[in-house]
Design a protein around this ligand. Structure first.
Ligand SMILES: Nc1ncnc2c1ncn2[C@@H]1O[C@H](COP(=O)(O)OP(=O)(O)OP(=O)(O)O)[C@@H](O)[C@H]1O
Ligand SMILES: [Mg+2]
Length: 330
């Protein structure tokens, strides 16, 4: 619902935890394109192509990964080289050639003058890996928080006319993540508030869960593999114990259609030890006074716990055993 309530922390926990179960391929997607980049807070290693240049051969699958140190240096390169290019040719600021490391931004904004299926970027080009995490099971697609990338993506994110464009690019991303066989999990970390990017994610999820998947445009189609794949999803609406927050969440949740309710879980994060009863009382109180949506009462709670402060530590190995209880049967 708002900034700083723990969306990214819980997204990373979810992705890590599901990857550790080892039965499904897990991809964590950083949809908070205007916020902190997961590449800045997690020990991530960027995809690498042969040779030692800053150029990215995005149309070819990468050959391996850079070390943490090289990844950091190349992130700096990306900004530096973008600035140099913009200084040389100010007109190019809308479409500079990405260098250094690839981000989700490149997949979303990727368009060539002669765009066709053959020129679609393989999703492997933006799959980073998490140091120390189960190698095959967890992939991360971070977005960029570099100033030059923000300048490019902000007009797209905040222009309502582009929301269809982004949602369409998300379809292509999910299509590329449909596995050849078995199941695959995609965890999307969204920005604060429901409009904008979060709405694109939710809107796509809702369209995918219709018995006949609903197309973005009436005349349009949907990428083939995604169209054919059975899709299950759960949206966690994350809030804090703040009374105002919970009332705001309730107002939004009361608009959710009955058939969508089972897919949407309200999650109250950072509950001080011993306050579980208090929060239940608060939710019931709001329910009574505001004729609230039942979703509130089914709220999942996550306790305040320094062991869950992932972004401060460099070690992601020692998660408390019950860190994933909030996921229930997901
Ligand atoms: N259950 C928890 N216990 C203790 N600390 C937590 C918990 N959940 C989140 N935090 C801390 O709260 C802070 C904000 O968390 P996080 O960055 O995940 O929030 P966010 O909702 O993604 O923020 P933003 O809106 O800026 O993207 C971090 O310092 C994180 O470590
Ligand atoms: Mg976040």
């Amino acid at each position: 619902m708002k900034g700083g309530v723990g969306k990214s922390t819980l997204s990373v926990l979810t992705a890590l935890g599901l990857a550790r179960r080892g039965d499904r391929q897990v991809t964590l997607v950083d949809m908070d394109l205007t916020g902190t980049s997961l590449a800045d807070v997690l020990p991530l290693e960027a995809p690498a192509w042969p040779g030692n240049t800053s150029a990215l051969r995005l149309l070819e699958p990468p050959a391996g990964f850079h070390s943490r140190e090289a990844t950091r240096e190349r992130m700096d390169d990306r900004e530096l080289l973008a600035r140099q290019q913009i200084a040389r040719d100010p007109e190019s600021s809308g479409a500079f050639e990405a260098r250094g490391v690839p981000f989700l931004n490149d997949f979303l904004l990727f368009a060539t003058p002669d765009w066709d299926e053959q020129r679609e970027m393989p999703v492997a080009s933006v799959l980073w890996r998490m140091q120390d995490a189960p190698e095959q099971a967890l992939r991360v697609i971070p977005s960029s928080a570099l100033p030059s990338d923000l300048e490019r993506i902000l007009p797209v994110v905040f222009d309502e006319n582009h929301s269809g464009f982004l949602e369409n690019r998300l379809e292509y991303l999910l299509d590329a993540l449909v596995p050849e066989q078995g199941e695959s999990v995609v965890v999307m970390d969204t920005p604060p508030t429901i409009p904008g990017l979060s709405r694109s994610v939710l809107s796509l999820a809702l369209r995918l869960s219709k018995p006949h998947k609903q197309h973005l445009a009436e005349q349009g189609g949907m990428p083939e593999r995604l169209e054919a794949a059975p899709v299950e999803w759960t949206a966690f609406v994350v809030g804090s114990m703040d009374h105002q927050d919970i009332r705001a969440a309730n107002r939004w949740l009361s608009l959710v259609l009955p058939e969508e309710r089972p897919r949407i879980r309200f999650l109250v994060n950072r509950i001080p030890p011993g306050d579980e009863l208090q929060i239940r009382g608060m939710l019931e109180d709001i329910l009574e006074r505001e004729n609230a949506a039942g979703i509130l009462l089914d709220a999942v709670t996550v306790r305040e716990d320094v062991a869950l402060q992932l972004f401060r530590s460099r070690e992601l190995k020692d998660l408390p055993p019950d860190a994933l209880d909030f996921l229930g049967g997901v």
